[in-house]
Design a binder for this molecule. Structure first.
Ligand code: SF4
Length: 456
């Protein structure tokens, strides 16, 4: 494999940015991991680090990015500071996603979700009219942003903005329909400890975003109609939101979410790949999704380790239980077909304090055991990179104890990429459907690099 140049000062440096020991250490870490994981795309290593650490933007970069497609806060905050601590309106100006490329490494175009963190060693800045990212004085890559799509400028007949009802991510590929903005796993005894869905709802409403708890079906249809008329990039939709442990508007979880799928498929039959994120429900309930036209089912298991699942997912543990959750995931193969059962886990929470693994190798070994268990049965889990959100219980608890809940080490995330790629290859599984093209330089999935490491 051709080695790319290491990060060293002396080329493409910027004199305006202070270069501290922190930046130097981060660049050395990137260089070391690139050597150790030379079989992984270098782009994926930087992408994982941007996801776990976040990025800050200087004033000019925020003004620049505010002219492009900005963060829609499509479900969670995915930021590392609360809005109340964003002194420069980053919540309104930071881009939803960036596509970095070039630089000394000659990076292939790589799409990554933006997580605001004013303390990040990575910074967005503008030079010669071009947005770029750097680490201290080291310039790393050029950045392309997605222009505001026409549908983001449109409103529904009742005045609701299309981007609130049906925001898109993955460079316009996925319409993200969070039709229920809260979760009935509520409070410290039930909500998943890494999750800020309910707190994010509160902070967004307080900040003036037109969040509503439930999106009416007819508004979703109207928004999709506008997107369908104006965009050919959208290829899939995800119906999602919090868990419904009792009923919502008199409906069970399956009935509630299936009603949206049915309405979409009746109005736009087979137009997009339909996906639903829901609990691992009993088989009769799962069938309601399939019968409504859903292709891909995401019954997320969050973390593999048994002890950590019980600690980090207390609601899922008490309402369903880990072994039953897993049994239902496997049972879903008979309903959707194995390749269409794609449970998510949140990569990194197995290293959260105070209960998680402290050794990245042990954390990867545990997670790989789960990958092997699912993949040997034809089910392909995927993952998102954990963002320690300040309003999530995991972070708030540590803060109350006077500690910092940082992200999992980059070594863990890079090792996991290799483990996921190798386990996927070992079991000869297909490219997961509903994520767009695979491979470095092509992948659109922006909240982890699992699609970037599939070899094509
Ligand atoms: S089930 Fe857990 S992760 Fe999902 S929205 Fe509810 S609290 Fe968050």
């Amino acid at each position: 494999m051709t080695r790319r140049p290491r990060y060293t000062l002396g080329m493409s440096t910027r004199s305006t940015e202070p270069h501290t020991q922190l930046h130097e250490e981060r660049l050395a870490l990137l260089a070391r991991l690139e050597d150790e994981f030379a079989d992984l795309p270098a782009e994926a290593i930087l992408k994982e680090d941007l996801l776990r650490t976040g990025i800050s933007f200087d004033d000019e970069a925020l003004l620049f990015s505010g002219e492009f497609k900005t963060k829609s806060y499509f479900i969670f905050s995915f930021d590392m500071v609360p809005i109340s601590e964003m002194t420069r309106d980053e919540n309104l100006r930071a881009p939803e996603e960036m596509r970095f490329s070039g630089g000394d490494h000659g990076y292939r175009p790589t799409t990554v979700s933006v997580r605001v963190n004013p303390a990040s060693p990575y910074r967005g800045f503008v030079r010669d009219g071009q947005l770029r990212i750097g680490c201290g004085a080291r310039e790393l890559a050029d950045v392309e942003l997605l222009p505001v799509p026409e549908y983001y400028l449109r409103t529904l007949e009742n005045g609701q903005p299309v981007h609130e009802v049906a925001p898109t991510i993955e460079w316009g590929y996925l319409m993200y329909l969070t039709v229920y903005r809260k979760c009935q796993y509520f409070g410290f005894q039930e909500e998943c400890r890494f999750c800020d869905i309910n707190e994010n709802y509160r902070q967004q409403v307080k900040a003036g975003r037109p969040y509503r708890t439930v999106k009416p079906v007819d508004e979703v249809l109207e928004a999709l109609s506008i997107i369908g008329e104006t965009s050919s990039a959208a290829k899939a939709y995800t119906l999602t939101g919090g868990s419904i442990t009792r009923t919502l508007k008199g409906e069970s979880e399956a009935d509630f979410y299936a009603a949206y799928a049915r309405a979409i498929e009746e109005k736009f039959p087979g137009r997009w790949i339909g996906k639903v994120v829901a609990q691992a429900l009993p088989e009769d309930e799962q069938k309601k999704f399939r019968d409504a036209g859903i292709q891909v089912y995401h019954p997320n298991y969050e973390v593999w380790d048994e002890r950590l699942f019980e600690i980090l997912c207390p609601g899922k543990t008490s309402y369903v239980g880990r072994s039953e959750w897993h049994r239902r995931i496997i049972a879903a193969r008979d309903i959707f077909g194995a390749e269409n059962v794609i449970p998510n886990f949140v990569a990194g929470i197995e290293m959260s304090k105070p209960h998680g693994f402290t050794d990245p190798k042990e954390a990867i070994a545990s997670t790989t055991e789960g990958l092997d268990w699912f993949m040997s049965q034809g089910v392909c889990p995927r993952f998102t990179v954990w963002c320690p959100e300040p309003l999530s219980p995991l972070v708030m608890e540590r803060e109350a104890a006077g500690e910092v809940q940082g992200p999992a080490p980059l070594e863990y995330h890079v090792g996991l990429l290799r483990a996921w790629r190798d386990t996927h290859k070992k079991h000869g599984l297909p490219v997961p459907p509903g994520y767009g093209p695979p491979g470095a330089g092509n992948a659109l999935f922006s909240v982890s690099s699992f699609m970037d490491v599939i070899e094509v």
